[in-house]
Write a protein that binds this ligand. Structure first.
Ligand code: SF4
Length: 566
């Protein structure tokens, strides 16, 4: 049964049980900020979690304290038992979470059950994102940090899985399926598979590459046999272990002969977001390895102030960063934190997504690449255009003879081209550095100057934007401005070193999202506490030096008045 945490402060809190000097230390530690600023946020959010509980039965342990415990656990990257020990015995945790004697025991089961219910009832993890938003907004407001400049980056994280190659993947997926069968279903499994399961599911250790290949083909055949054997068993086909067999087969196997479906072979290479482990089907493999990708955005250029993480997103590692700046901006805009300038690395922009970012009035400072074009080829930024996007002059001052819609370079997509007089281009000294295309109908290896016909230049808005951005990024001024982006690498490193975000203790996207959200919130709280302490120290220094001066002045005044009286 859901019960709200009583709002009344205890008369004899934990801070009353320690000496004045320890109390002073407690009040200048992170725990004080947590208790005064973060705990009230958790308390205000508490009612949203009522859906995790029924309307009858024993009242729940305080949701605000449970959430606070999860934040402190991920802050310190602790296991459940370690976190519960800290909750019971560390006075700072008890002070931060305002724990009284009646609430000082929390069982491991309650903590695990809270997270399980949260993952089941809120798979998109909107509740914890709401806590993140509230903490971020309070930190930005209280510290006076501006969100006008922000930077975004991604980093690779991995859940609690071990990826040891295809043989282990096949073996584990088959084992997980066989373990999920009841006695009756197991009796239908062919004898060879049962024997393999009983004797050697891990028996591939020490095999050479050739033997491993044979073993892999054997396991692929088992996979195929089991899928066929149970495909009419409605109870089983809906289960996750069976669906994983199917997924593994479609991603990794094929028939050796298209006319013969009895001989199965393993594909040379799997494609797309392929299964990495049956224990975490949401993890996928990207260019940085198997697992997940975490995107974070944070404020930057707040000289002398701390920077606050403003957004995060987690997805499978197979998904590329290209275009990921757009959902980040959408969320920041909804929170009233749309940046004026956004810094990102070269993985984020495709030209269409960069143009969408710029359309929203944001300066997108990110390097673009011109793929196959060498550096000495000039861009379309050196051509003159009229207000309708038509070319008026080339860099050598020639006007185009026509504009036509033609198929684009290396694509069937049709787009607008400016047509230049072939004779003028062939005799131009700048031809080798000009992006115009020579006529298509020529022999292989024929030089552009030996062609016949007119030259053309594709002039889509996207290509013009790409060339404009490319020209800008060659300047020293742009390079100096762009240096600020690199600062976010330190945040990635901080999240990994201090909070253990690189290797999580959980599996599956929902739980990964929860752990990541808690760690990112914890990082913001830590930065907030440090910044507040940094602000407080000079103030305390000023007050104490003022007190000393006042005391000296009073002493002098006292001595002078004594002399006058004497
Ligand atoms: S090659 Fe043609 S389009 Fe390019 S600068 Fe020379 S004349 Fe102008």
């Amino acid at each position: 049964m859901y019960k709200k945490t009583p709002s009344q402060q205890k008369l004899l809190g934990v801070e009353t049980q320690v000496s004045p000097s320890l109390r002073n230390r407690l009040e200048s530690s992170w725990a004080h900020l947590f208790r005064c600023e973060v705990f009230p946020i958790l308390f205000r959010n508490e009612d949203r979690y009522a859906m995790l509980y029924g309307t009858t039965g024993r009242p729940n342990f305080s949701v605000a304290r449970l959430l606070g415990l999860c934040l402190l656990q991920e802050w310190n990257n602790l296991s459940d038992q370690e976190a519960l020990d800290e909750f019971s015995f560390d006075i700072r945790w008890r002070y931060a979470l305002d724990v009284s004697d009646e609430e000082d025991y929390l069982s491991r089961r309650s903590l695990v059950e809270f997270r399980r219910r949260l993952a089941a009832k809120d798979p998109e993890m909107k509740l914890i994102r709401n806590v993140f938003d509230n903490v971020r907004d309070s930190a930005l407001n209280k510290l006076g940090v501006s969100s006008a400049n922000q930077r975004v980056d991604s980093t690779h994280i991995i859940s609690n899985i071990r990826v040891r190659g295809r043989l282990a993947l096949f073996s584990n997926t088959l084992t997980q399926f066989l373990k999920s069968l009841n006695e009756d279903q197991l009796s239908r499994v062919p004898k060879a598979i049962k024997e393999w399961h009983a004797n050697e599911p891990e028996g591939w250790f020490g095999l050479g590459p050739a033997e491993q290949k044979v073993k892999l083909e054997e396991l692929a055949q088992y996979l195929y046999e089991l899928i066929g054997l149970f495909e009419k068993d409605d109870e089983l086909t809906g289960s996750e272990p069976y669906q994983l067999l199917n997924r593994l087969f479609s991603e990794q196997c094929e028939f050796a002969n298209s006319s013969d479906s009895s001989k199965v072979q393993v594909k040379k290479k799997s494609e797309g977001a392929a299964l990495q482990s049956p224990y975490d089907p949401d993890a996928s493999c990207g260019h940085k390895g198997p697992g997940y990708s975490l995107h974070i955005a944070e404020t930057c250029k707040n000289t002398g102030k701390t920077e606050i993480i403003t957004d995060y997103e987690v997805h499978g590692a197979a998904r590329s960063d290209i275009g990921k700046a757009l959902p980040v901006i959408e969320r920041l805009d909804a929170a009233g934190l749309k940046p004026e300038t956004l810094f990102a690395d070269g993985g984020y922009p495709s030209v269409p997504s960069a143009s969408k970012v710029i359309e929203q009035g944001i300066e997108f400072v990110t390097p673009v690449n011109r793929s196959r074009l060498s550096d000495d080829i000039v861009g379309r930024d050196l051509f003159s255009f009229d207000s309708e996007g038509l070319v008026t002059r080339c860099p050598m001052g020639h006007s185009p003879i026509d504009h036509r819609v033609l198929s684009g370079n290396n694509s069937t997509r049709r787009s607008l081209h400016a047509i230049f007089d072939g004779n003028a281009c062939r005799s131009c000294t700048m031809l080798d550095r000009c992006p115009v295309r020579a006529p298509n109908h020529r022999l292989k290896g024929c030089n552009a100057r030996d062609t016949v016909g007119d030259f053309r230049l594709e002039i889509t808005a996207e290509l013009r934007l790409r060339d404009h951005m490319y020209a800008l990024q060659q300047t020293t001024e742009w390079k100096d401005r762009y240096k600020i982006r690199a600062g976010i690498e330190a945040t990635n490193s901080e999240l990994k070193r201090s909070h253990g975000i690189g290797k999580l203790r959980v599996r599956r996207l929902t739980k990964v999202c929860f752990a990541v959200a808690c760690k990112v919130i914890a990082c913001n709280i830590k930065r907030w506490a440090k910044a507040r302490w940094a602000l407080k120290r000079p103030l305390e220094g000023c007050i104490s030096s003022l007190c000393v001066r006042v005391k000296v002045l009073l002493a002098i005044l006292g001595r002078n008045s004594e002399r006058v009286l004497a």
